[in-house]
Write a protein that binds this ligand. Structure first.
Ligand code: SF4
Ligand code: SF4
Length: 527
């Protein structure tokens, strides 16, 4: 027995298990052949390593440049899975599982050191050097060669026993050890990770383009801003990204809770608030991430990542649908409605409206007008019906508010969906829109029977179209429009070109008060 065969693979493996490694295998150095090296070289030539220059280190392609006397590679894996789940909700930041607990380098190094020291203690001539994600070693290729698991289509190493939630480590030694058979690949026809990746970073099976990968950008990219191609897809990730691992059926079926206490998450790491991380000071960062792999993400990077998520979520919440009132907001119907109202005054028992009184009415809220008019409440539905009927005859004479058509076209060109909610009849509105060549601009028209029923209609629209209140904004010319929008919890733009005066509209505190249709786009763009 010479110094290179003072022990056997099975004894080394037993020792590794005793030290707490969950998987151990031996890779044959001479099998580290051209194929894997070529694969790495091709990936680098495509520029898929982004600016991770260490990936192009020639030592990665020749293990003998790392340790000339190397004969065997002892590869190990530590399971780090804990059964906690990533937070749901736009306000939370997501941290990849690898960073939840104590820095894996520290845990891994301690055990690797023990294994190396033990190996070197076997004979004075035995040499051992260890690495855990820090040296110029192709750890995934080695893990596959050593039979630990296979390099999967998402680029991670999957083990049969723990899925891909494992940290890898290696001990290079001059000992002659019997090697294991390389692991076979078991992704089969599955493509779940390719489909789930929000940025399309897995350009083809087994090829991950770091330039498109959220994990790369949140951990390695040191630029002041993240690329615009990435930010809309962050989905809350501020440190790494587990999406392509979470969807993997091997992880879903075989993940096991680790027995390593240090990998249990630090309390604040599972569901931190994005707002809190966006403002974290350098000192707080230092206190909050002690002995953590997350320290690679410097405070300014963490703030940048959290801010990018907040911006993206704000953008998603920007109103996409604009709902218009019809009478007085799109169609100039005020005069027509006053003349109809005057004609019906005697029949319905309310006061005739003179031009002076009209000026006065414009300063009253919708409820005050009803009170002032003296019309009995129970007659209102009949009155509304009658007015709608009479208005029908006047539709061909009605004109759009000056400038509204141009404003609507601009809004549509900017991607907003437009709709109408009105207490006028759908028939009247459709006819008006058709005559004035406006019908193609609107996605929907909803009509309500009652004067104060707009809140219900708004809520129905939100439900039917599966919209969040933040995605919708209402545009109306009357105080009752403001009232209805507030009750439905949506923002409102009050316009002064319709029935109510600017003063009474302002008193109702709309979110915006505008004088001309051309201001609509400015308001929308200001979100
Ligand atoms: S880590 Fe995220 S962004 Fe990167 S490949 Fe996986 S799913 Fe895509
Ligand atoms: S999701 Fe499917 S294709 Fe992707 S790594 Fe897992 S098994 Fe392989």
């Amino acid at each position: 027995m010479n110094q290179y065969s003072v022990t056997s693979s099975s004894v080394v493996k037993e020792k590794a298990s005793e030290l707490g490694f969950h998987k151990v295998g031996i890779a044959a150095v001479d099998r580290l052949d051209a194929i894997e090296t070529q694969r790495l070289q091709a990936w680098i030539e495509l520029g898929y390593h982004a600016d991770m220059e260490w990936m192009a280190n020639p030592k990665r392609q020749n293990i003998r440049l790392v340790m000339p006397e190397v004969r065997s590679l002892v590869c190990v894996a530590l399971n780090y899975y804990t059964p906690h789940q990533h937070p749901k909700g736009e306000e939370y930041a997501k941290i990849s599982r690898y960073g939840w607990g104590r820095d894996y380098h520290k845990v891994m190094h301690k055990k690797l050191k023990q294994l190396s020291t033990w190996l070197e203690s076997l004979d004075a001539g035995v040499k051992a050097r260890y690495y855990a994600d820090t040296g110029p070693v192709q750890d995934k290729v080695l893990a596959q060669l050593a039979g630990i698991g296979w390099i999967a289509k998402n680029g991670n190493v999957i083990t049969r026993e723990y899925g891909s939630w494992v940290f890898l480590g290696e001990v290079l030694t001059n000992l002659e050890l019997e090697s294991d058979r390389p692991h076979t690949e078991h992704c089969g026809s599955c493509t779940r990770c390719l489909q789930a990746c929000p940025t399309g970073a897995i350009t083809q099976p087994f090829v991950v383009d770091a330039n498109r990968c959220i994990a790369y950008h949140t951990i390695e990219n040191r630029e002041e801003k993240l690329p615009e191609t990435i930010t809309p897809h962050l989905q809350g990730w501020v440190a790494g990204c587990d999406i392509c691992q979470d969807v993997c059926p091997w992880n879903q079926r075989f993940a096991q809770t680790t027995d390593i206490k240090e990998f249990q998450p630090y309390p604040g790491n599972i569901a931190p608030q994005l707002l809190e991380l966006a403002q974290i000071s350098d000192q707080e960062w230092d206190k909050r991430f002690p002995a953590s792999a997350l320290r690679r993400i410097k405070p300014e990077m963490l703030r940048r990542n959290a801010l990018a998520n907040l911006d993206a979520s704000r953008q998603r919440m920007t109103p996409k649908v604009i709902i218009f009132d019809f009478d007085g907001t799109i169609a100039d119907t005020v005069d027509a409605l006053v003349s109809i109202a005057n004609r019906l005054a005697v029949d319905f028992g309310y006061r005739h409206i003179s031009p002076d009184q009209l000026a006065l009415l414009k300063n009253l809220t919708s409820r005050e007008i009803i009170k002032y008019s003296g019309v009995s409440l129970f007659k209102i539905p009949f009155l509304v019906k009658k007015v709608k009927g009479e208005l029908k005859n006047k539709i061909p004479e009605l004109k759009p508010i000056p400038g509204i058509k141009e404003a609507l076209i601009e809004l549509q060109n900017h991607g907003y969906k437009l709709g109408i909610i009105t207490s006028n009849s759908k028939e009247n509105v459709t006819e008006f829109l058709t005559i004035n060549d406006l019908n193609h601009l609107f996605d929907f028209i909803y009509s309500g029977i009652t004067i104060f029923g707009k809140t219900t209609i708004i809520n129905n629209v939100l439900r039917q179209k599966q919209l969040k209140p933040q995605e919708v904004i209402y545009v109306g010319d009357e105080t009752r429009d403001i009232e209805a929008s507030k009750k439905a919890n949506i923002q409102v733009i009050a316009v002064t070109w319709g029935f109510n005066s600017p003063e009474v509209l302002a008193k109702q505190n709309p979110d915006y008060l505008i004088q001309q249709p051309s201001e609509l786009l400015e308001v929308m763009n200001s979100h």
